[in-house]
Design a protein around this ligand. Structure first.
Ligand code: ATP
Length: 741
């Protein structure tokens, strides 16, 4: 790979297209003051991506564009393009997936600037970003610090720079900038990551109390759910039983009530149908009847006795008469008419006695009969005579008396029968009354029993209704506590396979669970759960983020450590190599003496005074280190850079710049009047070194030094033409000498 050419068009004093081809390792650019040589050097900086306007000696992009001259019009834009040979494919872009193709034999980089200050960049005519240019150049050791382009008057920059800046320049020359860049990036990332961790930790800290609160709520809700689950199970069983029990009880009570009412009605009916006289009027009346009959019987008997006595007398008379009749004794004669009237009188008396209503009159009638009979007998005793006719009359009377007596007997018998009948009636009446009383008593007892059963059922109904109300209230409460589904409990009449105590026990368990639920209280439910889930998810996400960030920190720290180690090792190795060259070039330039670079440790501002430098080195090797330049001139004791002469400073810086370029040679070096301060002898040595360097890097040297010009293979002369624009042309050494001082 080597630099092939550079082309300027409208850039600064180059109002027209001008081209420099680099066909040899050492090219000199010569020309009078103000002709545009430094503009050529700046065109290198420009095309390679320089962003500092100061480095390009301008204030704005406009200053980079040809302003016009007497002969050439001003331009609206300017470009510089640079061409490299890329046959060995050294140009690379870091990201493998870059859309920019650099797989070409030649690489052309172009930068264009417009009047408004805008810039465009191209790689092989494809517009790209500045970053792509920077990355592409880094792959061929063309760093951004520009140490390979030494502008006019900046040769001793490496001497005037601070130890830290110097270290940067050396790192750039050693190609370590890429590591520095990565290191800085990683450190930025690390501190950003640490900030992120702090932020996340603070968010988590802020979140924690709320999350704890939500977690507690959720635990409560879960506990509540658990309890509600248990409660549901208990309710389902309780309601199932209670429902069956109540249904059963209701129909039982209804049936029993109607049965008992019917029974009571029928008993009442029966009882009201039983009529029992509550006095003994029947018996009194009947007893009076008996008494009256018995009175009559006594009268009949009295009359019968009287009649029987009369009958006895008649029968005595009849016997007497019959005896007389049989003996023919007729001394006693009774006239028939007289006897008949006697019988009639007796007969009347008897009738009167029989018909008498009371005993006194009967007795009077009977006394008359006796008196009549006594007088009759007196009369006929005196006479002593009885006729046949008389006997017949007597017999006839006897017959009448017998019939009367028989009648009386019959009446007496009939009365007795009547009395017996009435007595039977009385006793039957008594018996009936007793039986009815007994039946009524039994019925009343039964009625009382039924009535009290009915009362028991009524009580049962009251208890039932209370229990039913409680059941309904319980259901409402259950709906509130465990939801509408609870009403789907199993309903069936055959669910009464439990004991009352079991149901009571169940009820107590339900009450206990309700109290527990009340204790927990009802939280926000679904909302709280959702919020908890979201918050926990957020927290988990943050935890994951933290873990990721911790992971990143670890890998970043590892990367940083590795980079630091790499940097440190590469730097030290590179420094050793630079020192070897530096010593060599220094000796060459000064004809003796020596020089070397050394690592110095800058004291951090806040460093504890008791700490020594090795502590810092131990702590941080790469950041606090700077580079010091140590020189020892031949035959002189001067070691301080500040005490060197201008020439000595030039020689030292040239030796160092060349040493730096040797270790990791850039594809080209641009030197703008680096040799300005050298005397003839030193110019010779400078020329030697240029020749030597040109073996490794292509050299473009702006010079007024004849010695330098004499070493060039190709010389370009820059002049301001008659048109006021810079012009370039290849010239011979003899021509070039004209520009030498
Ligand atoms: P010296 O030998 O004195 O260092 P030099 O050859 O390096 O001189 P330069 O510094 O490259 O000269 O050129 C400076 C010249 O370029 C100045 O005359 C300046 O006017 C001219 N110049 C700079 N910018 C522009 C521009 N935008 N348009 C036209 N001319 C410009």
């Amino acid at each position: 790979m080597h630099l092939k050419a550079i082309e300027l068009n409208g850039f600064k004093s180059f109002g027209k297209k001008s081209r420099l081809d680099f066909t040899h390792p050492l090219t000199c650019v010569v020309g009078p003051n103000g002709s545009g040589k430094s503009n050529v050097v700046e065109s290198f900086r420009f095309v390679l991506g320089e962003q500092s306007m100061k480095s390009l000696r301008g204030k704005s992009g406009k200053d980079l564009i040809f302003k016009g001259s007497s002969g050439v019009q001003k331009q609206n834009r300017a470009y510089v393009s640079i061409n490299f040979d890329n046959k060995n494919r050294v140009f690379k872009l870091p990201s493998g997936d870059s859309p920019i193709n650099v797989d070409f034999d030649e690489i052309s980089i172009k930068r264009e600037v417009f009047a408004d200050g805008n810039n465009s960049y191209y790689i092989n005519n494809t517009e790209v970003r500045l970053r792509d240019i920077v990355e592409l150049l880094a792959s061929v050791n063309i760093g951004s610090s520009g140490h390979h382009i030494i502008s006019q008057g900046h040769a001793d920059r490496v001497l005037t720079a601070s130890t830290k800046e110097r270290r940067g320049m050396i790192e750039d020359a050693l190609g370590l900038k890429i590591y520095q860049y990565r290191l800085k990036e990683s450190e930025k990332k690390l501190s950003k990551t640490k900030e992120n961790i702090k932020e996340i930790e603070s968010i988590r800290r802020e979140l924690a109390p709320h999350l704890r609160y939500l977690k507690k709520q959720v635990e409560k809700i879960q506990k509540g759910e658990e309890l509600r689950g248990e409660l549901t199970t208990l309710y389902l069983l309780y309601f199932k039983r209670e429902h069956a029990y109540l249904g059963h009880e209701e129909s039982f009570i209804k049936k029993e009530k109607s049965r008992l009412k019917d029974l009571l009605d029928s008993l009442n009916q029966k009882i009201s149908n039983i009529k029992i006289e509550d006095d003994n009027s029947f018996e009194i009346q009947k007893t009076a009847e008996i008494d009256s009959i018995l009175e009559k019987v006594r009268a009949f008997r009295f009359e019968k006795e009287n009649l029987s006595r009369s009958l006895g007398k008649i029968e005595g008379l009849v016997e007497l008469e019959e005896a007389k009749v049989s003996r023919g004794d007729s001394s006693i004669t009774i006239k028939n008419s007289e006897f008949n009237s006697f019988i009639d009188s007796i007969h009347d008396d008897i009738d009167s006695a029989l018909s008498s209503s009371d005993l006194t009159s009967a007795g009077a009638s009977l006394k008359k009969i006796k008196d009549d009979l006594s007088s009759f007998r007196q009369k006929y005793k005196l006479t002593g005579e009885v006729s046949r006719e008389d006997l017949d009359n007597l017999l006839e009377s006897k017959k009448g008396l017998l019939s009367k007596i028989s009648e009386l007997d019959k009446s007496i018998e009939e009365s007795s029968e009547k009395v017996s009948l009435i007595r039977n009636e009385i006793s039957k009446n008594k018996e009936d009354r007793y039986k009815a009383g007994e039946e009524k008593f039994t019925l009343e007892n039964e009625r009382n029993r039924v009535a009290s059963s009915l009362e028991v059922i009524e009580n049962k109904n009251t208890i039932f209704l209370r229990r039913k109300t409680l059941f309904e209230e319980n259901m409402k409460e259950a709906v509130v506590l465990v939801g509408q589904n609870i009403l789907g409990f199993e309903k069936g009449d055959d669910n009464i396979d439990f004991r009352d105590e079991e149901q009571e026990d169940l009820r107590r368990q339900i009450e206990r669970l309700k109290i527990k639920l009340e204790d927990i209280g009802t939280g926000g439910g679904f909302d709280v759960l959702k919020e908890y889930e979201e918050t926990a998810e957020r927290d988990n996400f943050l935890i994951k983020e933290l873990a990721d960030l911790e992971g990143s920190i670890k890998s970043l720290e590892t990367l940083i450590d590795e980079l630091k180690v790499t940097l440190d090792t590469e730097f030290k190795t590179g420094l050793t190599k630079i020192n070897e060259r530096f010593e060599e070039f220094f000796k060459l330039m000064f004809g003796g003496g020596g020089a070397f670079l050394s690592i110095v440790v800058e004291k951090p501002k806040k460093l504890d005074e008791n700490m020594d430098e090795t502590d810092v080195v131990e702590e941080d090797k790469s950041f606090e280190q700077g580079i010091d330049i140590n020189v020892s001139l031949p035959q002189k004791k001067v070691k301080d850079l500040a005490m060197l002469s201008g020439g000595e400073r030039s020689l030292t810086s040239i030796a160092l710049l060349f040493a730096m370029s040797q270790v990791n040679p850039p594809p080209f070096l641009v030197l703008d009047e680096t040799d300005a301060a050298l005397d003839e002898a030193n110019s010779k040595r400078y020329g030697d070194m240029l020749e030597r360097l040109s073996k490794y890097s292509e050299l473009i040297v702006v010079t007024h030094n004849r010695e330098t010009m004499s070493r060039a293979d190709l010389i370009y002369g820059v002049t301001i033409g008659g048109d006021g624009a810079s012009k370039l042309l290849s010239i011979k050494f003899a021509e070039a000498e004209g520009y030498a001082k």
